[in-house]
Design a binder for this molecule. Structure first.
Ligand code: GLP
Length: 245
């Protein structure tokens, strides 16, 4: 696992965006796995800026997003489809037909089938962008006795409901279930770039960066088994987690 320690979160966003831009320049038809969440959000303006400056062309890429809340209307502000449209897709030249965000409104079995087609029908994901939850989740793969390899419906951890309630009027409004790529789907991406910041992620980063354990209790630790993972963190988080290069 490669760890890049930056001066601050802004620099982390630039660094993560640079990895994506490098990938798209190398292969303009790249398939990108994209992430939402407060941490990943600020990676997109850097991509949009690079596009506007003519430094990168997204018109040939295809994208697949990690997850969505079950029952979420795609036009609602909390919908990950809505986030992706406003943060990125509507601001660059991209073929929207080739962007996929799972729907939380469809029949689960139908959506799982479609999600798998989008993930695997043509090519594998070249680069997957990831955040991480306070529970240690990646996508919405929550800690437990076991993890699930493929696309599935996942019940959200109490800590996730609490953390994500900041995007809703009240914790009661946070959906209890999600549709998500499984751990195996994420691990099949050729390259993974994870961006993490914030004090509430210290315990998870300790588990990820300061020991060699792999545990279902912290799903992000599965990344230790991947060949090409880059974790981007700021020096404040690195110090708090006790990470030393
Ligand atoms: C949501 C997403 C996750 C993401 C997480 C991080 O829960 N489903 O894929 O990793 O947010 O959230 P934040 O960056 O806001 O802490």
């Amino acid at each position: 696992m490669k760890v890049i320690v930056t001066k601050n979160y802004n620099e982390s966003c630039r660094t993560a965006a640079e990895e994506i831009i490098k990938q798209v320049k190398k292969d303009p038809e790249s398939k990108l796995g994209l992430a939402t969440g407060g941490t990943a959000e600020n990676v997109y303006p850097v991509l949009v800026e690079a596009y506007k400056e003519g430094k990168v062309d997204f018109s040939g890429i295809s994208t697949v997003n990690l997850d969505e809340y079950i029952g979420m209307d795609p036009t609602s502000p909390q919908s990950y489809r809505k986030c992706m449209d406003s943060w990125f897709f509507d601001q660059v030249e991209i073929d929207k037909e080739r962007t996929y965000c799972p729907s939380g409104m469809n029949k689960p079995e139908d959506e799982i089938k479609l999600f798998n087609e989008k993930l695997y029908a043509d090519k594998m994901v070249d680069l997957q962008l990831l955040g991480v939850g306070v529970s240690g989740h990646i996508g919405f793969n929550e800690p437990g006795e076991s993890l699930t390899a493929g696309v599935h419906i996942e019940s959200l951890d109490e800590s996730t409901i609490k953390a994500n309630s900041r995007f809703f009027d009240s914790p009661d409004d946070v959906p209890r279930e999600s549709i998500t790529m499984g751990i195996g789907d994420i691990m099949k991406a050729k390259k993974i770039v994870m961006i993490v910041t914030g004090e509430n992620k210290v315990p998870v980063m300790k588990e990820l960066l300061t020991n060699d354990n792999v545990t279902c209790k912290v799903p992000a630790t599965m990344l230790k088994m991947h060949r090409d993972v880059t974790v981007v963190i700021d020096e404040e988080l690195a110090a708090a987690a006790g990470y030393q290069a």
